[in-house]
Ligand binder design. Structure first.
Ligand SMILES: C[S@@+](CC[C@H](N)C(=O)[O-])C[C@H]1O[C@@H](n2cnc3c(N)ncnc32)[C@H](O)[C@@H]1O
Length: 214
């Protein structure tokens, strides 16, 4: 497989499921109190840093972007899938969304106060993670908070359908929190908290909070 086939397949997969995915997750945060708590704390960190723009990378239909806006955070979303971005604009008029890939993040150095990647790094292969985290480090201000959610595990599976039985061709990479933390430390982040969810809301959710080192 050519090196960017996985990116093309991921984009196409999420274009295919965008509408059904948006319908399934629209009110999901109502059922995920630990995730809400992590996002509220992240919003506190952004406020304590004096506010400023926050990138939601891999924003999908924009539910996390919009949720952060409710906390008064100046969040904007970026996603690989044009169909997802179209839905994000439709469902959250007035908020800023753009098509882009975290593998080539088109944001200026030091231009964001905080960065969230909510279940989007799960589609990045191991050997591309360092490059993505280098982009996160570059675009964040010193001490800027970073919040990640991911699937906990140690395997990679090819997802061939999802979100209502639609065809997909996307790898889902599950990671151990210790592995994610090690990658972050190597990339110049200080890891501050790791949460592994085992509540009914998620049997395999991992949340990791870090800050860009100066
Ligand atoms: C499981 S969805 C999560 C969406 C959203 N963060 C949420 O929690 O509802 C994964 C999202 O990551 C996006 N994505 C995957 N690879 C990406 C990349 N390289 N750059 C930007 N977005 C990406 C997909 O298009 C998809 O919208």
């Amino acid at each position: 497989m050519a090196s960017t086939d996985w990116l093309t397949n991921t984009r196409h997969s999420y274009d295919t499921v965008a509408e059904s995915y948006a319908g399934l997750v629209r009110h999901l945060l109502d059922e995920t109190p630990y995730e809400r708590a992590a996002l509220a704390l992240f919003a506190d960190f952004v406020r304590a840093a004096g506010g400023g723009p926050v990138a939601d990378v891999g924003c999908g239909p924009g539910r996390i972007t919009a949720h952060l806006q409710q906390y008064g955070v100046d969040a904007f979303g970026i996603d690989l899938s044009p169909a997802m971005i179209k839905i994000a604009h439709r469902d959250h008029p007035g908020l800023r969304f753009a098509v882009g890939s975290m593998t080539a993040l088109g944001l200026a150095a030091g231009s964001v106060t905080g960065l969230v990647a909510w279940y989007s790094l799960i589609h990045i292969p191991d050997d591309e993670i360092a490059g993505v985290l280098a982009h996160f480090h570059r675009v964040l201000r010193p001490d800027g908070p970073l919040l990640l959610a991911f699937h906990v595990g140690s395997d990679s599976q090819l997802k061939t359908q999802g979100y209502g039985g639609h065809p997909m061709k996307v790898h889902v990479h599950r990671r151990q929190p210790a592995q994610m933390a090690a990658w972050l430390e190597e990339a110049g982040f200080a890891v501050e908290a790791q949460t592994t969810l085992s509540s009914p809301e998620s049997k395999l959710g991992g949340i990791l909070s870090a800050r860009r080192r100066r």
